[in-house]
Design a protein around this ligand. Structure first.
Ligand code: PLP
Length: 353
């Protein structure tokens, strides 16, 4: 029998593990229930088509393709813009490099060369130093540079705009393509006032996710020029990403674009309040700034700390060794924020070395 939303979900913990854990709101569910659908593999789903048009419009690109996940959107960027054996330059902290199961090596057959940098951002100089170009038969040519904005492992850092433009310029001057993994690009947009189209203008392809801060249950998009997106459709089908009546999900993404972008500021505000409330707690430290919806916290004993939080109904995880990541999102309100602060204070007090 279908499990319905209701009593079972009322006593929910404060889930700060990721902004991917959000559940569709009642209004979003209503939009999904009412969505007209068609077969998207035939290009006939009206909501998928509307979503793709809207995504292209927001980013100022010619076209867009809806994908089941951000990982697939990133992989499509590699498959469409690199030949097997080419090299992709990206940050050593890039999600594409660290958290996508090596798919760009296994499936797109590209080599990666990582670039060090602060909070997941590369400098134009560091990128320029690592380019391998030319017709020499021995080399793997660099053909694509990938940036991430905001950066997940960089604490939700916003790419400094000068660096973002500078990296793209170095790449383009050398005839390379540029991809932006913009899984959380709207977190950067609301914080900086720089539009998605301005970010996208500097890159050939930009992906973003509906299933993170925007609060939709499924899906991402890859935007770019028409020829690249046309090729991406073939690769998406090859990967098993042709989703038939996907309008049920795409309607949630359309709803999210209309109603959940501006509210990302609330997540950023709660992240700042959380950090401020804990700043003077002796056993806690903060290894990086928290400009958007994430706070990374160093704690005395990660495993014991996470377990103690869980006992208090607060869920977190430690994607980086010895460091807990706390992510604010649509399903965390002020009461949740207060519960999280109290739980951290209790655990810090009990587990202080
Ligand atoms: C920066 C970044 N890019 C891409 C992804 C991949 O998205 P998905 O989980 O939908 O594959 C994530 C997921 O957390 C992410 O944080």
């Amino acid at each position: 029998m279908v499990q319905r939303n209701g009593a079972a979900q009322r006593e929910m913990p404060v889930d700060l593990r990721s902004d991917t854990v959000t559940r569709p709101t009642d209004a979003m569910r209503a939009a999904m229930a009412e969505a007209a659908v068609g077969d998207d593999v035939f290009g006939e789903d009206p909501n998928v088509n509307a979503l793709q048009e809207r995504a292209a419009e927001i980013t100022g690109k010619e076209a867009a393709i809806y994908t089941p996940s951000g990982s697939m959107a990133n992989l499509l960027a590699m498959l469409t813009q690199c030949a097997p054996g080419d090299t992709v330059l990206l940050s050593e902290d890039a999600h594409i490099f660290t958290f996508e199961t090596g798919s760009i090596a296994r499936i797109a057959n590209v080599m990666t060369k990582t670039v060090p940098g602060e909070y997941g951002a590369m400098t134009p100089e560091a990128v320029a130093q690592r380019l391998v170009l030319g017709e020499n038969d021995h080399i793997s040519r660099t053909t694509l540079v990938a940036m991430e904005n905001t950066t997940n492992r960089g604490g939700g850092a916003i790419y400094p705009h000068e660096a973002f433009k500078g990296v793209a310029e170095v790449a383009r001057e050398n005839g390379l393509r540029v991809h932006c993994d913009g899984a959380r690009i709207f977190n950067a947009v609301v914080e900086t006032g720089i539009s998605a189209a301005e970010y996208a203008r500097h890159v050939d392809t930009l992906s973003f996710c509906f299933s993170k801060g925007l609060g939709a249950p499924i899906g991402s998009v890859l935007t770019g020029d028409s020829a690249t997106i046309r090729r991406a459709r073939r690769f998406r089908k090859m990967l098993g990403g042709g989703m038939r009546q996907a309008g049920v999900a795409a309607s949630a993404a359309l709803y999210a674009l209309e109603h959940h972008v501006e509210r990302l500021r609330e997540d950023h505000k709660r992240a700042r309040s959380f950090r401020e409330a804990l700043t003077d707690t002796p056993s806690l430290s903060f290894p990086m700034p928290s400009p958007t919806n994430m706070v990374y916290v160093r704690v005395p004993d990660t495993e014991a700390f996470i377990a103690r939080l869980r006992e208090q109904g607060v869920l977190v995880m430690a994607p980086v060794a010895n460091t807990i990541r706390v992510v604010f999102h649509l399903d965390v309100d002020d009461a949740g924020l207060e519960r999280a602060i109290d739980a951290f204070k209790t655990a810090a007090g009990e587990l202080a070395a």
